[in-house]
Write a new protein. Structure first.
Length: 254
């Protein structure tokens, strides 16, 4: 698909300074002891990532320089690998990428990420930051009497991932709305929403070609107290995705 050129003064190639700002925000979110501060840092980081992706997409379309769609593997180890894969799926879907997971020996999950190269870089950065926070808050949470620790922690991580997905989508909507408002001052070329929808469609097509026989399965949790604690931690600290895993390859979606 070829796009007309948008004004170059509206969509410029993201700078290294912007990438450095994103990294700095994520570092602050990981290091702060105050959940409210972490929430602010992560929300801003996601907005900047979305803006970065929009500018890259618009520039690539204007110059007919397609951002490559690639796939890469990530091995998630135990404990709680299936729950952690849900978090990866939440982050990926919020950034126009897809995740396919497969069971590995020892309870591990081999996750294949499919998406545009720039988007996948953002997914990895954000996932590792959020995973670090999720585990930290999980270890700080105390299961109520009579609740198994493993069941509580699995439910905690599932709920954390679900709420993270919701908050990432909220941050995305804010960034996309801002970009569209900016574009309205010089309405040349395709809209921001059209470009982003086209990127997602291309990723879905690449996913179907690479994995023509995908199945989906919901990953559930049975600890209501763990679910409540995990969702609360996500509200406090950072930005659902429904995770799906299973034998063979399975799609992680949000």
């Amino acid at each position: 698909m070829h796009f007309n050129s948008p004004p170059t003064d509206t969509f410029e190639r993201p700078s290294e300074a912007l990438a450095a700002r994103i990294t700095a925000l994520l570092d602050k979110a990981e290091s702060t002891q105050y959940p409210a501060e972490a929430e602010v840092f992560l929300a801003k980081a996601q907005e900047l990532m979305t803006r970065y992706a929009i500018d890259e997409a618009m520039l690539a379309g204007a110059r007919d320089e397609p951002d490559r769609i690639i796939s890469t593997d990530l091995l998630i180890i135990n404990p709680y690998a299936s729950a952690k894969s849900i978090l990866l799926g939440a982050v990926a879907n919020s950034n126009r990428c897809r995740v396919v997971s497969a069971d590995e020996p020892g309870g591990r999950q081999r996750c294949t990420l499919v998406g545009h190269e720039t988007d996948l870089a953002h997914v990895k950065t954000l996932y590792f930051s959020l995973s670090h926070q999720a585990v930290r808050f999980m270890l700080e949470a105390t299961p109520p009497p009579g609740t198994g620790v493993r069941r509580f922690r699995h439910a905690f991580l599932v709920a954390f991932a679900t709420r993270i997905g919701e908050r990432l989508r909220e941050a995305n909507r804010a960034a996309e709305a801002e970009a569209q408002e900016s574009q309205m001052s010089s309405p040349t070329g395709p809209s921001v929403s059209l470009v982003l929808a086209s990127r997602k469609t291309k990723v879905d097509k690449a996913l179907a070609e690479q994995f023509p026989r995908l199945r989906t399965r919901r990953v559930s949790s049975s600890s209501s107290s763990g679910h409540i604690a995990g969702r609360s931690a996500a509200n406090r600290s950072s930005l659902g995705a429904r995770g799906v895993g299973g034998e063979g390859h399975a799609l992680s979606s949000g």
